[in-house]
Design a protein around this ligand. Structure first.
Ligand code: SF4
Ligand code: SF4
Length: 405
């Protein structure tokens, strides 16, 4: 792996091989792009972003554990100015996120995003893995499972006797799209619940800023068990998020019940992640509608508990235009009235989390990097980094309003 120094004089620079010069010049373009986009003046502390309504979270995926991609995604989205990076509750994954953040800060002195881990209180779509034995597959199958997988997690090596194949567990994030397309019903989904004691241990390591609890909102007892099991491991956190689906009339009572559980020992900020249509942002423009509908529903309700509101589930490049249409983007009032549950000076909707869509637009570049150079660090190939940064800025900029006066 090549490490470059950019402090060399012009004459020394001229003596460098042309390949190194090209890399150096592309890394300069990366820095210029960050400066010209107005990022340094537009990004604020994560707390201020929540308050102003321009908070952006990158969701690496509660079950996605490909540490090479996670490191590179964390690098590029840190440079693009996200406020938080949400990842699986595994030490190796958390390390990869930190590594990516530090690599980004080695390129440009940008502020550090918060690091969040995600856990579940019960069965949840985000916490499952697909699985099949390729040797059980008919040899003439056209393999629709491979084509439909958005994570490139499936490769068929059956019958020929290859040792690997089927679903690559660390890349599968449980979207479930492969399950219905298999004509022979060979694929199973294995669900799991993150171990509470292991999560508490991980949180004590002091390099995690936030925790997200995924819940259906329908099982108060499971939520209480998880919360109580975490004990004092949450004491050093800056933020606890609860990710829940819209369960209609039951949503606010469920939120109130969970808040009552947390309240006694919640010493930090809290946030409600409004999970519209889980893991679907990459599917198309319309995927974001449910998250916006959910936000509209909650924003108008008076008796909800305290906490920031943030969209997820189906979010993509069209989410902000949808929020603007509903007059929910970076506003403190709805229909001219402030939100009674929260400080009237705070944005009604604190921000947006991007998952599948954010990974898709940068993932294309990461997979071409991998096919050309293997498991590489993105910063060692600044032409790829530049392309990835352009994609990520376009997305993060929809919320952060880069380049807008
Ligand atoms: S389609 Fe979804 S569930 Fe199936 S292997 Fe790919 S990521 Fe996993
Ligand atoms: S579609 Fe089903 S049978 Fe065909 S390769 Fe995939 S898992 Fe095997």
């Amino acid at each position: 792996m090549m490490s470059l120094s950019f402090s060399c004089s012009a004459s020394l620079y001229a003596q460098l091989p042309s390949e190194v010069q090209a890399r150096s010049s592309n890394l300069d373009k990366v820095k210029n792009l960050i400066t010209k986009s107005g990022i340094p003046s537009k990004i604020t502390s994560p707390l201020e972003s929540l308050q102003k309504g321009n908070w952006v979270k990158l969701i690496c995926g509660a079950s996605f554990e490909d540490v090479t991609d996670i490191r590179n995604l964390s690098l590029v989205y840190t440079l693009a100015g996200v406020d938080c990076i949400d990842c699986a509750a595994e030490a190796s994954v958390v390390n990869a996120v930190h590594d990516g953040i530090e690599a980004a800060r080695g390129i440009f002195p940008i502020r550090r995003p918060w690091v969040m881990i995600s856990v579940n209180d019960n069965e949840d779509l985000h916490f499952r893995k697909a699985e099949f034995d390729p040797n059980d597959c008919p040899i003439d199958c056209s393999r629709p499972c491979e084509n439909v997988c958005p994570a490139d997690a499936i490769s068929y090596f059956g019958k020929a006797g290859a040792s690997k194949g089927g679903v690559l567990a660390e890349r599968c994030y449980g979207c479930g799209r492969c399950l219905p397309v298999c004509p022979y019903d060979k694929i199973r989904a294995i669900t799991y619940i993150r171990d509470v004691a292991a999560t508490a241990e991980l949180l004590k390591h002091n390099d995690i800023d936030a925790l997200e609890i995924h819940t259906s909102g329908r099982q108060a007892e499971s939520f209480r068990e998880l919360w109580n099991g975490l004990g004092d491991s949450i004491d050093g956190l800056r933020l606890v998020a609860v990710s829940l689906p819209d369960i209609g009339e039951l949503t606010v009572p469920a939120m109130n019940s969970m808040y009552a559980t947390m309240r006694a020992n919640l010493q930090c900020l809290n946030l409600w992640q409004l999970d519209g249509r889980p893991m679907s942002g990459d599917i198309g423009r319309g995927a974001t509608r449910e998250a916006i509908k959910f936000a509209l529903h909650l924003a108008s309700i008076k008796d909800k508990p305290k906490g920031f509101l943030q969209l997820a589930g189906g979010t993509n490049a069209h989410t902000v235009e949808g929020l603007k249409r509903e007059k929910l983007f970076q506003t403190t009032t709805i229909s001219g009235k402030p939100d009674e549950a929260n400080d009237p000076s705070l944005a009604l909707i604190s921000g947006v989390a991007f998952g599948g869509y954010a990974r898709k637009i940068v993932g294309r570049i990461l997979s071409s990097l991998q096919s050309e150079h293997g498991f590489a660090h993105l910063e060692d190939y600044p032409d790829h980094l530049l392309k990835a940064l352009i994609e990520s800025l376009a997305l993060v900029g929809t919320v952060k309003c880069y380049n807008e006066r």
